[in-house]
Design a binder for this molecule. Structure first.
Ligand code: NAD
Length: 314
């Protein structure tokens, strides 16, 4: 049984990490770290910052870092140095170099570091991967549009230059892509649309390339969407001319219009299936004494944010 603390008790920690940990027999929640008081009292010690937890006599073996991304690296670094296993919410850190440094420290300390990309645990991914392996594809199109006001009404950190904007959600699509396609994918070009007084893009059109110049891919990412049709889809034109459509963030898979896989409950509740799988994996990694570190998705997004052409709304 791992004694675990949640660091950053915001939206995703409350809706997913907390209930998942409480239901998982391999973990026991022993502390919570959050700089501001929580709306409802939990019967667990609460610390205002991670240093205060480390200085206390509350014993923990592992932490789940669920703060805004800008804080992930420093908290993870201190935790690994203190001999704790670390689960990082996505995006693992702001930069690839920070994640690689954490990987080095985890190895040195013989502790588990887990970059927990939750969309990689979406239910339809194994079947998607096997179809793409069998038929390969010639074109790919991503549409990831949702309302930030609806899902993250108070998360102002979203819009900082270290907040990822449309790619806070869009990075999930790319984590799916890198886990189901069997080939390297590169940034080619991007147009980033930035609203007044903000630094991270609200929407972006992105073109990708592959080692095979005949293959094409594009993506539209929009977290300022106001309509009724929020969309989280990835579509592939297969080399046998069929269309493979992964939608609902990875909960529904269709092949030429025929449903191959559908999670009984789709929508935001699809996450209810992803997080238990994340904690199973974290527990397995700890018991095997290994880490799981994936920087490919983060690299793709930092390339987009570094080289995309910026347009500022008037
Ligand atoms: N909200 C989602 O739907 C969702 C889904 C999957 C992953 N994520 C990821 O989870 C992370 C958090 O997102 P969120 O939406 O829950 O954000 P949030 O703003 O709702 O919550 C962040 C929490 O971290 C706390 N915090 C800030 N600085 C801290 C620090 N130094 N130490 C400890 N706690 C600190 C804040 O007080 C807040 O309670 C991000 O990396 C995000 O990309 C969010």
């Amino acid at each position: 049984m791992q004694r675990i603390a949640i660091v950053g008790m915001g939206q995703i920690a409350r809706s997913q990490h907390l209930p998942t940990i409480l239901a998982d027999k391999d973990f026991s929640l022993t502390a919570v770290v959050n700089p501001v008081a929580l709306p409802d009292a939990l019967d667990i010690p609460l610390f205002p910052n991670f240093d205060a937890l480390l200085a206390s006599d509350v014993a923990v073996d592992a932490i789940a870092i669920c703060t805004p991304p800008v804080f992930h690296y420093e908290i993870a670094r201190c935790a690994l140095k203190a001999g704790l296993h670390v689960l990082l919410e996505k995006p693992p850190t702001l930069t690839v170099s920070e994640t690689l440094e954490l990987a080095r420290i985890a190895k040195e300390q013989q502790r588990t570091l887990f970059t927990a990309w939750h969309s990689k645990f979406a239910a339809a991914l194994p079947m998607t991967k096997s179809i793409l392996r069998e038929h390969d594809f010639s074109a790919m199109s991503i549409t990831w549009q949702e309302s930030n006001e609806k899902w993250h009404p108070h998360a102002n950190w979203f819009w900082d230059c270290v907040g990822f904007g449309a790619f806070d959600a869009g990075i999930n699509a790319l984590s799916i892509v890198v886990s189901v396609i069997d080939k390297p994918i590169f940034f080619k070009s991007a147009e980033l649309n930035i609203q007044r007084q903000r630094q991270a893009p609200v929407s972006a059109h992105v073109a990708f390339s592959f080692p095979d110049p005949e293959m094409t891919a594009e993506g539209y990412f929009d977290c300022g969407y106001q309509g009724q049709n929020e969309t989280w889809t990835i579509e592939w034109k297969l080399k046998n001319d069929a269309k493979l459509l992964l939608s609902e963030g990875g909960a529904l898979l269709q092949y030429d219009g025929e449903t191959l896989f559908k999670l009984p409950e789709i929508g935001p509740s699809s996450l209810n299936q992803e997080y238990p799988a994340i904690y199973r994996r974290f527990s397995d990694l700890i018991s095997q004494g290994i880490s799981e570190i994936d920087t490919t998705t983060l690299q793709l997004v930092t390339d987009i944010l570094a080289y995309g052409k910026r347009t500022y709304e008037a």
